[in-house]
Design a protein around this ligand. Sequence first.
Ligand SMILES: [Zn+2]
Length: 335
Amino acid sequence: MPIEFNAHTHDAQFHSPLEEFELVEMPIEHRVDPLTGQETRLVEQVFPAPETEPDIDEYVTRGEDELCFFCPDMVGDSTPTYPPFVEADRGNVGEATGFPNLFPYAEHSNVVSLTEDHFRRMEEFEPAHFRDGFTCALEFLHDVMAHDDPDYASINMNLLPSAGSSVVHPHMQTIADNHGTNEMRRIRASERSYMDEHGESYWEGLVAEERDGPRHIASTGDVEWIAPFAPTHHWHVSAVTDVTTLPDPTDSVIEELAEGITSVLSYYADQGLNAHNFALRLGDGDGSPMVLDIVGRTPFGEHYVSDAFFFTTIHDERVVDVAPETYASEVSEYF
Ligand SMILES: [Zn+2]
């Protein structure tokens, strides 16, 4: 069953001062996500990119008297310890340290400090940082699942304030509960109805359909990296796995995801970006595999402009300015 990629374009007309007031037409392309039906607008030049590369050295350097609860000298004393159903007091894998979120967003909510360094730029992460961080988060999730078996779980990251991070020190956040999020519920329900209607997994169909197409980026082991037809945000890249249960913390898929993340971040950095979000959505049985989504955010700097405007905050509408068919081939060069 071929997946449908639906899009259509409308033109906005005006007399342009940039073209001696000739009548011009500016295209607005509307794309429909083949799984959820959510729409994305593709319009030109909407991303608020700064003209010069922002200098963030002062912001990301820890002063001598400055406290950072995620740095190695503090993390073992100043962060919370897990409740009794979690085996360890805190998780420790390589440079990663996992502990409960002092300000939880969900019934089960942790933080994984990723690095011993107080800050790393997006292009300075090594696959081992994400591999060990995910391992730490998965160890926590295995204990959570044994205790409570929540319906939804994800492992998430913001880097720098323009991506929503209030803490400089690189970290991830795990959330797990029976609520999920609006997007997770939307995706889960759509995955189920796709299975019911077509008798196969949407994601397997998508990978088969996209493998030789203009939106395919690369493969790392069994993980397929694709630029989604209807991106949710700027330079959206998805990593589709075939893992439909909570993976063992040592599963090779974790290393394969970690390698791909560092490749995407290197591409973002070369575009002049310094901030990103990602979410690794854990699988839930047939048709609902583990999928990672990663997006670029406005480069953080002294006078940055947020890329989350009224469309994002009020209308729940996605707006991007570079087509996935354009950046997919560029990102693939970083794999
Ligand atoms: Zn720190």
